[in-house]
Design a binder for this molecule. Structure first.
Ligand code: PLP
Length: 406
């Protein structure tokens, strides 16, 4: 008999639940002819969002000149555009040599962690987190150590909890700002707090800022690197997927700032990994200069009357109207992360809750433990559908919750 072909041991602890068993079940129902409203992934295009037309034209224009591999670090115009972007935002010393272009932030997170983490290294990751961070730390052989973000304090990170979890084996501190899944946007004081911890404990900062332009009301985004100065190594991740609505192009970057002289060995390793995967998708790299230099149509979506704003606020308001459901107001990003009062909804397995909701109401959300949240009492809802669809969807969620309430 043929031997069983198994996944590698390295994958045993890796989870990515937003596309995990819940999606398999949704697809099974779709194959049976059910229409499923999928609110599990932050992908604007299927919800009627178009990229700025200048980006689409630029990619088409460059399609024939993009047939070869590019420099593994990315094409010069894209790296220059990213460097200039940060220079104009207070990071004066950034130059093209500090920028690496990737197939989305996802590839860069995985690559950076592969280059950085040794077996058993501890990396501080938020809870809740965007689960790629936890998964990529585990894949690299590291130990993700989760620090608590405090729902009762606007989902701000508990800096004391971070400090208490630092050991001699801690190597890096990850922050996601604006945050997925909570929608929190950190004040200058909080961002400085992260930098202060990194400085005192000699940690590398990894700052995921992919939602930096999706900000509501008076929320202001602060680049972590601005405060990290010359003495704290900071890796800033961002890209085109969300603000420019081109998730499918796979276009992102990482900027390395701080004391590069102490990091030359790591950076050499990162370069090796970049070389081994040849380069990022070249047509999409052309979109970067156009996106960063062009008209910022995202600004229209995030103000009152704009779709991102109205949808987020509608979802937040309607969720809070459901008995036993409370949701912190999102200050940015594309999600709501409501809490289900365990007294009224004594959920033991929140993935099963999501699957039961899917069966009953044909709506797919993602369970909170899929974001490495500690308790089975949250779920994440993507706020990308138009207001009418969202209203209908939350009405159906409310109906299901009324059915299971004790
Ligand atoms: N980081 C965060 C916090 C995200 O939410 C996402 C996607 O949802 C990513 C990174 C990955 O983005 P990309 O499309 O650039 O790979």
């Amino acid at each position: 008999m043929a031997r069983q072909i198994r996944q590698s041991q390295r994958l045993r602890d890796v989870r990515y639940d937003v596309r995990g068993p819940i999606l398999v079940e949704a697809e099974r129902l779709e194959a049976q002819g059910h229409r499923i409203l999928k609110l599990n992934i932050g992908n604007p295009a299927p919800f009627g969002f178009d990229a700025p037309s200048a980006i689409l034209h630029n990619v088409v224009e460059n399609i024939s000149t993009s047939q070869g591999y590019s420099d593994a670090r990315g094409i010069m115009s894209a790296r220059t555009a990213v460097a200039q972007y940060y220079q104009t935002r207070g990071l004066k010393s950034v130059d093209v040599g500090d920028i690496l272009i990737g197939n989305g932030v996802s590839e860069l997170i995985t690559m950076v962690l592969q280059a950085f983490v040794d077996i058993g290294n501890e990396i501080l990751v938020p809870a809740p987190d965007y689960p790629l961070w936890t998964g990529a730390v585990s894949l690299a052989g590291g130990i993700p150590v989760h620090y608590r973000c405090d729902e009762s304090n606007g989902w701000n990170p508990d800096l004391a909890d971070i400090e208490s979890k630092i050991t001699p084996n801690t190597h890096a501190l990850v922050l996601i700002n604006p945050n997925n899944p909570t929608g929190a946007v950190y004040s200058e004081d909080i961002v400085r707090g992260f930098v202060d911890i990194a400085r005192r404990h000699d940690l590398v900062l990894m700052s995921d800022e992919i939602y930096e332009k999706i900000l509501f009301d008076d929320a202001v985004h602060h680049h972590t690197a601005t405060f990290a100065g010359d003495d704290v190594l900071c890796l800033t991740f961002s890209g085109l997927s969300k603000a420019y609505r081109v998730c499918g192009y796979r276009s992102g970057w990482v900027a390395v700032t701080g004391p590069q002289h102490v990091a030359s060995d790591f950076l050499e390793g990162l370069r090796l990994l970049a070389n081994m995967r040849m380069c990022a998708n070249v047509p999409a790299q052309h979109a970067i200069q156009t996106a960063l230099g062009g008209y910022q149509s995202i600004d229209e979506l995030i103000v009152p009357g704009g779709r991102f704003y109205e949808q987020s606020m509608t979802a937040w308001r309607l969720l809070n109207e459901i008995p036993g459901v409370s949701c912190v107001k999102p200050q940015g990003a594309l999600y709501c992360f409501p809490r289900l009062d365990p007294e009224m909804y004594p959920i033991v397995d929140d993935q099963q809750f999501v699957i039961d909701l899917l069966h009953a109401e044909k709506i797919l959300v993602t369970h909170g433990t899929g974001f490495n949240w500690f308790d089975p009492d949250h779920f994440r809802l993507v706020t990308l559908p138009d207001v009418a669809t969202l209203t209908e969807a939350i009405g159906r969620i409310s109906r299901y919750l009324a059915h299971i309430r004790v």
